[in-house]
Design a protein around this ligand. Structure first.
Ligand SMILES: [Mn+2]
Length: 305
Protein backbone atom coordinates (compact mmCIF):
# COMPACT_ATOMS: atom_id res chain seq x y z
CA UNK A 1 0.00 0.00 0.00
CA UNK A 2 3.01 2.28 0.29
CA UNK A 3 3.82 1.73 -3.36
CA UNK A 4 2.95 5.01 -5.12
CA UNK A 5 1.90 3.14 -8.23
CA UNK A 6 -0.60 1.10 -6.24
CA UNK A 7 -2.08 4.38 -5.09
CA UNK A 8 -2.42 5.90 -8.55
CA UNK A 9 -5.59 7.80 -9.24
CA UNK A 10 -7.51 5.30 -11.34
CA UNK A 11 -7.53 2.73 -8.55
CA UNK A 12 -9.41 5.00 -6.18
CA UNK A 13 -13.08 4.70 -5.46
CA UNK A 14 -14.17 8.26 -6.27
CA UNK A 15 -14.88 10.25 -3.14
CA UNK A 16 -18.01 12.40 -3.33
CA UNK A 17 -18.15 15.20 -0.77
CA UNK A 18 -21.56 16.36 0.42
CA UNK A 19 -21.62 19.53 2.51
CA UNK A 20 -24.53 20.16 4.86
CA UNK A 21 -24.54 23.91 5.48
CA UNK A 22 -26.95 23.80 8.39
CA UNK A 23 -26.65 24.73 12.06
CA UNK A 24 -30.39 24.47 12.69
CA UNK A 25 -29.86 21.53 15.04
CA UNK A 26 -27.51 23.55 17.27
CA UNK A 27 -27.97 26.48 19.62
CA UNK A 28 -24.83 28.08 18.16
CA UNK A 29 -25.47 28.01 14.41
CA UNK A 30 -21.92 28.99 13.47
CA UNK A 31 -21.15 25.47 12.24
CA UNK A 32 -23.47 26.09 9.26
CA UNK A 33 -20.55 27.76 7.49
CA UNK A 34 -18.15 24.90 8.25
CA UNK A 35 -18.41 23.02 4.95
CA UNK A 36 -18.29 26.21 2.88
CA UNK A 37 -15.11 27.34 4.66
CA UNK A 38 -13.53 23.94 4.00
CA UNK A 39 -14.67 24.09 0.38
CA UNK A 40 -13.35 27.61 -0.21
CA UNK A 41 -10.18 26.76 1.71
CA UNK A 42 -9.44 24.17 -0.96
CA UNK A 43 -10.11 20.85 0.77
CA UNK A 44 -10.79 19.07 -2.52
CA UNK A 45 -7.59 20.45 -4.07
CA UNK A 46 -5.60 19.43 -0.99
CA UNK A 47 -6.96 15.90 -1.22
CA UNK A 48 -6.40 15.74 -4.98
CA UNK A 49 -2.83 16.82 -4.31
CA UNK A 50 -2.49 13.76 -2.12
CA UNK A 51 -3.51 11.55 -5.04
CA UNK A 52 -7.21 11.19 -4.31
CA UNK A 53 -10.06 11.21 -6.81
CA UNK A 54 -12.41 13.59 -5.03
CA UNK A 55 -15.28 15.88 -6.04
CA UNK A 56 -17.75 18.16 -4.29
CA UNK A 57 -21.10 16.67 -5.15
CA UNK A 58 -23.47 18.99 -3.33
CA UNK A 59 -23.76 21.72 -0.75
CA UNK A 60 -27.12 21.24 0.91
CA UNK A 61 -28.75 24.42 2.21
CA UNK A 62 -31.45 24.67 4.88
CA UNK A 63 -34.88 25.89 3.79
CA UNK A 64 -37.08 28.22 5.83
CA UNK A 65 -39.08 26.78 8.71
CA UNK A 66 -38.92 25.64 12.30
CA UNK A 67 -35.94 23.56 13.45
CA UNK A 68 -37.65 20.20 13.21
CA UNK A 69 -38.96 20.71 9.69
CA UNK A 70 -35.65 22.19 8.48
CA UNK A 71 -33.61 19.29 9.89
CA UNK A 72 -36.11 16.73 8.65
CA UNK A 73 -36.06 18.17 5.12
CA UNK A 74 -32.29 18.49 4.85
CA UNK A 75 -31.71 15.01 6.31
CA UNK A 76 -34.19 13.52 3.85
CA UNK A 77 -32.31 15.18 1.01
CA UNK A 78 -28.97 14.07 2.45
CA UNK A 79 -30.11 10.45 2.79
CA UNK A 80 -31.02 10.47 -0.90
CA UNK A 81 -27.67 11.96 -1.90
CA UNK A 82 -25.67 9.47 0.18
CA UNK A 83 -27.68 6.59 -1.24
CA UNK A 84 -27.07 7.82 -4.79
CA UNK A 85 -23.30 8.09 -4.22
CA UNK A 86 -23.16 4.47 -3.01
CA UNK A 87 -25.29 3.21 -5.90
CA UNK A 88 -22.98 5.00 -8.35
CA UNK A 89 -19.95 3.25 -6.85
CA UNK A 90 -18.63 6.29 -5.02
CA UNK A 91 -17.55 6.80 -1.43
CA UNK A 92 -19.60 9.35 0.58
CA UNK A 93 -17.81 11.95 2.67
CA UNK A 94 -20.33 14.10 4.52
CA UNK A 95 -19.24 17.41 6.05
CA UNK A 96 -21.54 19.15 8.56
CA UNK A 97 -22.98 21.38 9.76
CA UNK A 98 -24.24 20.35 13.14
CA UNK A 99 -24.43 16.68 14.07
CA UNK A 100 -28.16 16.33 13.37
CA UNK A 101 -27.10 15.59 9.77
CA UNK A 102 -26.02 12.14 11.00
CA UNK A 103 -29.69 11.14 10.77
CA UNK A 104 -29.61 11.69 7.01
CA UNK A 105 -26.15 10.24 6.42
CA UNK A 106 -26.57 6.94 8.25
CA UNK A 107 -30.17 6.35 7.32
CA UNK A 108 -29.09 6.85 3.71
CA UNK A 109 -26.28 4.30 4.09
CA UNK A 110 -28.44 1.83 6.02
CA UNK A 111 -31.38 2.08 3.65
CA UNK A 112 -29.10 1.35 0.71
CA UNK A 113 -26.91 -1.40 2.15
CA UNK A 114 -28.49 -3.07 5.18
CA UNK A 115 -30.76 -5.45 3.31
CA UNK A 116 -29.67 -8.65 5.06
CA UNK A 117 -27.27 -7.41 7.72
CA UNK A 118 -27.19 -4.10 9.62
CA UNK A 119 -24.50 -1.48 9.23
CA UNK A 120 -22.14 -0.77 12.12
CA UNK A 121 -21.31 2.74 13.28
CA UNK A 122 -18.45 4.20 15.31
CA UNK A 123 -19.50 7.51 16.83
CA UNK A 124 -16.64 9.70 18.11
CA UNK A 125 -18.00 12.53 20.25
CA UNK A 126 -17.67 14.35 23.58
CA UNK A 127 -21.44 13.91 23.97
CA UNK A 128 -23.88 11.03 23.60
CA UNK A 129 -26.25 12.79 21.18
CA UNK A 130 -28.91 10.39 22.40
CA UNK A 131 -31.59 12.66 23.83
CA UNK A 132 -35.24 12.60 22.93
CA UNK A 133 -37.57 15.59 23.27
CA UNK A 134 -38.55 14.13 26.65
CA UNK A 135 -35.01 14.15 28.09
CA UNK A 136 -33.23 17.05 26.34
CA UNK A 137 -32.67 20.13 28.52
CA UNK A 138 -32.06 22.38 25.50
CA UNK A 139 -34.30 20.82 22.85
CA UNK A 140 -31.45 21.18 20.35
CA UNK A 141 -31.69 18.51 17.65
CA UNK A 142 -27.92 17.95 17.40
CA UNK A 143 -28.24 16.35 20.84
CA UNK A 144 -30.62 13.74 19.43
CA UNK A 145 -29.32 12.12 16.22
CA UNK A 146 -28.09 8.87 17.75
CA UNK A 147 -31.41 8.32 19.51
CA UNK A 148 -33.21 8.97 16.21
CA UNK A 149 -30.98 6.51 14.37
CA UNK A 150 -31.84 3.90 16.98
CA UNK A 151 -35.55 4.50 16.46
CA UNK A 152 -36.28 6.96 19.28
CA UNK A 153 -37.39 10.48 18.44
CA UNK A 154 -39.77 12.58 16.41
CA UNK A 155 -41.45 10.60 13.59
CA UNK A 156 -40.33 13.36 11.17
CA UNK A 157 -36.75 12.19 11.86
CA UNK A 158 -37.03 8.48 12.70
CA UNK A 159 -39.13 7.97 9.55
CA UNK A 160 -36.35 9.12 7.19
CA UNK A 161 -34.82 6.40 5.02
CA UNK A 162 -38.02 4.36 5.06
CA UNK A 163 -37.86 4.22 8.87
CA UNK A 164 -34.71 2.06 8.89
CA UNK A 165 -33.00 1.90 12.32
CA UNK A 166 -29.48 0.94 13.34
CA UNK A 167 -28.79 -2.13 15.47
CA UNK A 168 -27.67 -0.80 18.89
CA UNK A 169 -25.36 -3.78 19.41
CA UNK A 170 -23.38 -2.70 16.34
CA UNK A 171 -23.02 0.93 17.40
CA UNK A 172 -20.51 2.37 19.86
CA UNK A 173 -19.44 5.76 21.18
CA UNK A 174 -15.87 6.92 21.82
CA UNK A 175 -14.64 9.93 23.80
CA UNK A 176 -17.79 10.73 25.80
CA UNK A 177 -17.31 13.07 28.77
CA UNK A 178 -20.44 15.27 28.90
CA UNK A 179 -23.94 13.79 29.05
CA UNK A 180 -27.25 13.76 30.90
CA UNK A 181 -28.88 10.88 32.76
CA UNK A 182 -31.78 10.51 30.35
CA UNK A 183 -29.66 9.77 27.29
CA UNK A 184 -27.34 7.55 29.28
CA UNK A 185 -30.36 5.52 30.41
CA UNK A 186 -31.63 5.15 26.84
CA UNK A 187 -28.29 3.89 25.53
CA UNK A 188 -27.87 1.54 28.49
CA UNK A 189 -31.34 0.08 27.90
CA UNK A 190 -30.52 -0.44 24.22
CA UNK A 191 -27.11 -1.97 24.95
CA UNK A 192 -24.91 0.57 23.15
CA UNK A 193 -21.26 0.26 24.20
CA UNK A 194 -19.82 3.57 25.40
CA UNK A 195 -16.07 4.14 25.60
CA UNK A 196 -15.99 7.11 27.96
CA UNK A 197 -13.01 9.45 27.87
CA UNK A 198 -11.83 7.92 31.16
CA UNK A 199 -11.51 4.54 29.48
CA UNK A 200 -9.78 6.08 26.45
CA UNK A 201 -7.25 7.75 28.77
CA UNK A 202 -6.70 4.55 30.72
CA UNK A 203 -6.40 2.04 27.88
CA UNK A 204 -5.25 4.26 25.02
CA UNK A 205 -7.25 5.19 21.92
CA UNK A 206 -5.70 2.45 19.77
CA UNK A 207 -6.95 -0.31 22.08
CA UNK A 208 -10.40 1.28 22.29
CA UNK A 209 -10.58 1.69 18.51
CA UNK A 210 -9.77 -1.99 18.07
CA UNK A 211 -12.72 -2.92 20.32
CA UNK A 212 -14.93 -0.42 18.50
CA UNK A 213 -14.03 -1.94 15.15
CA UNK A 214 -14.98 -5.40 16.43
CA UNK A 215 -18.38 -4.09 17.56
CA UNK A 216 -19.06 -2.24 14.30
CA UNK A 217 -17.81 -4.96 11.99
CA UNK A 218 -19.11 -8.17 13.53
CA UNK A 219 -22.21 -9.39 11.72
CA UNK A 220 -22.55 -6.22 9.66
CA UNK A 221 -22.49 -5.42 5.96
CA UNK A 222 -19.79 -2.85 6.76
CA UNK A 223 -19.44 0.11 9.05
CA UNK A 224 -19.29 3.88 9.06
CA UNK A 225 -17.58 6.47 11.18
CA UNK A 226 -18.95 9.79 12.33
CA UNK A 227 -16.55 12.25 13.93
CA UNK A 228 -17.82 15.17 15.97
CA UNK A 229 -14.85 17.52 16.24
CA UNK A 230 -15.82 18.29 19.83
CA UNK A 231 -14.43 14.85 20.74
CA UNK A 232 -11.03 16.51 20.35
CA UNK A 233 -9.43 18.55 23.11
CA UNK A 234 -10.57 22.19 22.81
CA UNK A 235 -7.09 23.40 23.85
CA UNK A 236 -5.90 22.18 20.48
CA UNK A 237 -9.17 22.18 18.53
CA UNK A 238 -11.27 25.14 19.67
CA UNK A 239 -13.39 25.48 16.51
CA UNK A 240 -16.50 23.68 17.75
CA UNK A 241 -19.83 24.86 19.11
CA UNK A 242 -19.92 22.78 22.30
CA UNK A 243 -16.35 22.39 23.59
CA UNK A 244 -15.66 20.10 26.55
CA UNK A 245 -12.24 20.00 28.25
CA UNK A 246 -10.16 16.85 28.42
CA UNK A 247 -10.59 15.43 24.93
CA UNK A 248 -8.62 13.42 22.39
CA UNK A 249 -5.41 14.82 20.87
CA UNK A 250 -5.41 15.27 17.07
CA UNK A 251 -2.30 13.11 16.61
CA UNK A 252 -3.77 10.31 18.73
CA UNK A 253 -6.96 10.31 16.67
CA UNK A 254 -5.08 10.19 13.38
CA UNK A 255 -2.95 7.32 14.60
CA UNK A 256 -5.94 5.31 15.84
CA UNK A 257 -7.91 5.95 12.65
CA UNK A 258 -5.23 4.27 10.58
CA UNK A 259 -6.74 1.06 11.87
CA UNK A 260 -10.05 1.93 10.17
CA UNK A 261 -8.53 3.51 7.08
CA UNK A 262 -6.99 0.23 6.06
CA UNK A 263 -10.34 -1.48 6.34
CA UNK A 264 -12.21 -2.51 3.16
CA UNK A 265 -15.57 -2.58 4.99
CA UNK A 266 -15.55 1.16 5.67
CA UNK A 267 -18.74 2.46 4.02
CA UNK A 268 -18.80 6.22 4.55
CA UNK A 269 -17.33 9.00 6.66
CA UNK A 270 -18.94 11.97 8.33
CA UNK A 271 -17.18 14.93 9.94
CA UNK A 272 -19.29 17.48 11.79
CA UNK A 273 -19.55 20.51 14.10
CA UNK A 274 -16.66 22.49 12.63
CA UNK A 275 -17.44 26.05 13.71
CA UNK A 276 -15.17 28.50 11.84
CA UNK A 277 -16.19 31.42 14.05
CA UNK A 278 -14.27 29.75 16.90
CA UNK A 279 -11.26 28.83 14.79
CA UNK A 280 -7.71 29.63 15.88
CA UNK A 281 -4.98 31.16 13.75
CA UNK A 282 -3.88 27.99 12.01
CA UNK A 283 -7.32 26.82 10.99
CA UNK A 284 -8.51 23.26 10.84
CA UNK A 285 -7.97 22.54 7.13
CA UNK A 286 -4.59 20.74 7.52
CA UNK A 287 -6.02 18.44 10.18
CA UNK A 288 -9.19 17.70 8.19
CA UNK A 289 -7.07 16.96 5.12
CA UNK A 290 -4.88 14.57 7.09
CA UNK A 291 -7.88 12.91 8.66
CA UNK A 292 -9.59 12.28 5.34
CA UNK A 293 -6.38 11.04 3.73
CA UNK A 294 -5.82 8.66 6.65
CA UNK A 295 -9.31 7.24 6.39
CA UNK A 296 -10.04 7.25 2.68
CA UNK A 297 -6.75 6.98 0.85
CA UNK A 298 -5.82 3.85 2.69
CA UNK A 299 -9.36 2.63 2.15
CA UNK A 300 -9.46 3.55 -1.50
CA UNK A 301 -6.42 1.57 -2.53
CA UNK A 302 -8.32 -1.51 -1.37
CA UNK A 303 -10.98 -1.07 -4.02
CA UNK A 304 -10.66 -2.67 -7.42
CA UNK A 305 -9.31 -0.69 -10.40
MN1 LIG B 1 -22.20 15.14 18.30
Amino acid sequence: MNNPKAASLHRFKPVQIIGVASGHGAQDRGCASGPEVLCEGGLAAQLAGRGMDVHWRAMLQPQAGDELSVVSAICTKLAGQVSAVIKEGGFPLVLGGDHSCAIGTWKGVAQTLSTTEPIGLIWIDAHMDAHTVHTSPSGALHGMPLACLLGHGAPELTGIGGGVSLDPRRVCLIGVRSFEAGEEALLAALGVRIFHMDEVAERGLDAVMRDALRIAQTGTVGFGITIDLDALDPDETPAVGSPVAGGIRQAALLEALMLLGAHPALLAIELVEYNPSHDNQTGILPFVTELVVTLIKRHSVQSSP
